[in-house]
Design a protein around this ligand. Structure first.
Ligand SMILES: *Cc1c(COP(=O)(O)O)cnc(C)c1O
Length: 385
């Protein structure tokens, strides 16, 4: 008999188990919020990207229900065929207004927005300079584009400048980076990146997935936080984090958006975002603009936690300037064990391990809807890991 061509999958899984890299899902019951029920037990939720607590907000739910009743469950086709609705246009206008860009384009996820933008902008004859800690969607977008990819050391602008000055005869050059690094919580050095992009005539794409709704005075993201509003660059983001819905977007100049509608395969050849998701994201943007107190509360929570963490000097807190705080642990097994202990104390937090990140850690994300007592319980639980 010939050998089973699928046998290697079992062996590969066994290797994943041995390294403590095995991943599995945990079932969350009920609506998302600061408290959730995981595997039948109520825990305080520090594992969510729902920074402003909007994913369980009645207004988003009602917008989603109303849009479903009016327009149906599915959008029935791609945007260029039968899927485009007024709702999509309204959402794109709202994103462009939040970001203060000429236009925006909504994709069916943030992941697809990165794949689409990068593959449209560069190809075989081009160069991508990519931060080594970038999100998977940026890395895979780069691979899919066929361009030459050079990873630069995390946020190292000196190394980046050296690479740019050695840049050979590539047709075009694109720098890609997270703005808030999703598994670390630190920020990209945006003003320097913009200067370098200008000096070396290079395009710059930043991924504001964890920054939109969170960073900047009006919640427009790191571009606003760093005072770079109006500069020429390509902004990507998601509707699935602080905006509490699903979907992604690119925001930028009118010509960029027009070009992407013609050249981004992950926009052209996929079904348009559903009416419910589109309407919920639109409701979220309105709330972000009308209720700055949510963002204020989120940052007060970050300050409160950081202050209390000074009482725990033994924990190795990674540098953070966002509501994402990570504690480095010596091994994947230690991170898993810490996650279990936190759960036993009623705290839901993610153990993040390779290959997602180079070093294992516990990742905490704060929400505007956390109360002081939640944060105090987290700190007590952290004492035990
Ligand atoms: C979550 C995330 C994405 C993907 O967004 P989805 O809408 O969930 O597909 C892209 N980039 C970064 C940095 C992210 O954290």
């Amino acid at each position: 008999m010939s050998p089973n061509p699928y046998a290697w999958i079992n062996e590969s899984l066994a290797t994943i188990h041995r390294a403590d890299w095995y991943r599995s899902v945990q079932t969350i019951h009920g609506r998302p919020g600061a408290m959730v029920i995981v595997d039948g037990r109520e825990v305080i939720n520090f594992a969510s990207n729902d920074y402003l607590g909007l994913a369980g907000d009645d207004r988003l739910i009602e917008a989603g229900v109303a849009a479903t009743k009016q327009f149906g469950t599915g959008s029935t086709g791609s945007r260029l065929l039968s899927g485009h609705r007024e709702l999509h246009r309204d959402l794109e206008v709202a994103i462009a207004s939040l970001k203060q860009t000429e236009n925006a384009l909504v994709f069916s996820s943030g992941y697809l927005a990165n794949l689409g933008a990068i593959t449209a902008l560069v190809g075989k004859r081009d160069l991508i300079l990519s931060d080594e800690y970038n999100h998977s969607s940026l890395k895979n977008g780069a691979i899919l584009s066929g361009a030459t990819i050079i990873e630069y050391p995390h946020s190292d602008v000196t190394a980046l400048k050296n690479l740019l000055s050695q840049r050979q005869n590539y047709r075009r050059c694109l720098i890609i980076t997270d703005s808030v690094f999703s598994m670390d919580g630190d920020l990209c050095p945006l003003p320097t990146l913009l200067n370098l992009a200008e000096e070396f005539s290079c395009m710059l794409l930043i991924d504001e997935a964890h920054a939109t709704g969170v960073m900047g005075k009006t919640g427009a993201g790191c571009v606003e936080h760093f005072g770079c509003t109006g500069k020429q660059l390509i902004q990507v983001g998601t509707l699935s984090k602080a905006l509490g819905s699903l979907g992604g977007y690119v925001a930028g100049s009118a010509t960029l958006i027009d070009f992407l509608r013609n050249r981004a395969p992950s926009w052209i050849y996929t079904t348009a975002l559903s009416p419910a998701d589109t309407a919920a994201a639109l409701a979220a943007i309105k709330i972000i603009q009308l209720e700055p107190q949510r963002r204020k509360q989120l940052w007060e929570n970050v300050d409160e936690l950081k202050k209390l963490l000074q009482l725990l000097p033994k924990l190795k807190l990674l540098p953070s300037e966002s509501p994402i705080l990570c504690f480095q642990l010596p091994s994947a097994a230690a991170a898993l064990e810490a996650g279990k202990q936190l759960k036993a104390c009623g705290i839901f937090a993610s153990a993040i391990r390779p290959p997602t990140v180079p070093t294992s850690r516990i990742r905490i994300s704060l929400m505007a809807t956390h109360e002081s007592i939640h944060i105090q319980k987290l700190v007590e639980a952290l004492l035990s890991i």
